[in-house]
Design a protein around this ligand. Structure first.
Ligand code: SAH
Length: 246
């Protein structure tokens, strides 16, 4: 039976199996990337993980977004591997599982407006754009931002807006946000980001110095902020915009 969910994109690869679980239609065998992507979803995001990804929309988005388009040519053969990859300028695209986990923790809804800090390759933003109404993403590095913008245009990711700037101050003109996802690690949660969360918003953010970072899920509940420590993680540091040379 096909699943008839009223999402803005098609979830048509998902079908309900007889046993009540989920089974997928097969990817196009002539598209090796689609086959690898399906393997990534099946074997890296589900089953064996301590905390398997269960959000069907997240699994569908990860099955759809062409991760190989977001990594440099020299590591393209590893695009669907179970580890992070370098994207130039000393930065990395997260391992698929971490992208999926952070997306699931945000609990994305089709009407949400999400802020991402650390566009990098644009992959995380592209995954989110399959799940929510609008994605606002900020990147400090001009070159990475331009490359990501070109990808969004080429792949038709029209619901993503990109701004070059220091994410420590967030994007006040577009606040409040239903969710904020930070993909570089500050030493402490930047206060402007907390302020820009809606009254019931959620923030997923790695915090701490290199080598000692924890992924937090922060949930706002009408003025109070609840903190949940999820797992130890390793992210590139959140940097500050250098002051212009005198
Ligand atoms: N989400 C990305 C991975 C990001 S890597 C992806 O899907 O590919 C972290 C990124 O955060 C890097 O591109 C880095 O340049 C950026 N970054 C670091 N400090 C920042 C800051 N203060 N504001 C915005 N971006 C920042």
């Amino acid at each position: 039976m096909k699943l008839g969910l009223a999402w803005p994109w098609g979830l048509d690869f998902l079908e309900r199996a007889d046993g009540g679980g989920w089974a997928e239609s097969e990817p196009d065998p002539k598209d090796p990337n689609a086959v690898e992507r399906r393997r990534m979803v099946r074997y890296q995001l589900g089953g064996d993980r301590m905390r398997p990804i269960r959000h069907q929309g997240v699994l569908a988005a990860m099955d759809h977004v062409p991760r190989h388009e977001f990594v440099p040519a020299n590591v393209r053969s590893e695009a669907y591997a179970d580890w992070p990859l370098p994207i130039g300028f000393g930065q990395t695209i997260s391992q698929p599982y971490i992208v999926a986990l952070m997306t699931e923790l945000l609990d994305p809804k089709p009407t949400d407006r999400i802020l991402e800090i650390g566009t990098g390759s644009g992959y995380q933003a592209a995954v989110l754009s399959r799940l929510v109404a609008r994605v606002f993403t900020m990147e400090l590095n001009d070159d990475l931002a331009c490359q990501a913008a070109a990808r969004f245009a080429r792949l038709g990711c029209r619901s993503i807006q990109l701004r070059i700037g220091d994410g420590h101050s967030g994007w006040p003109e577009q606040a409040p946000f239903d969710g904020i996802i930070v993909t570089c690690a500050p030493e402490a949660v930047p206060t402007p980001l907390v302020d820009q969360l809606s009254d019931v918003g959620r923030m997923v953010i790695p915090v701490g110095p290199p080598g000692d970072q924890v992924l937090y899920l922060l949930s706002k509940r009408y003025g109070r902020l609840e903190q949940q420590d999820v797992i130890p993680v390793r992210f590139v540091p959140m940097r500050r915009r250098e002051p212009p040379a005198q």
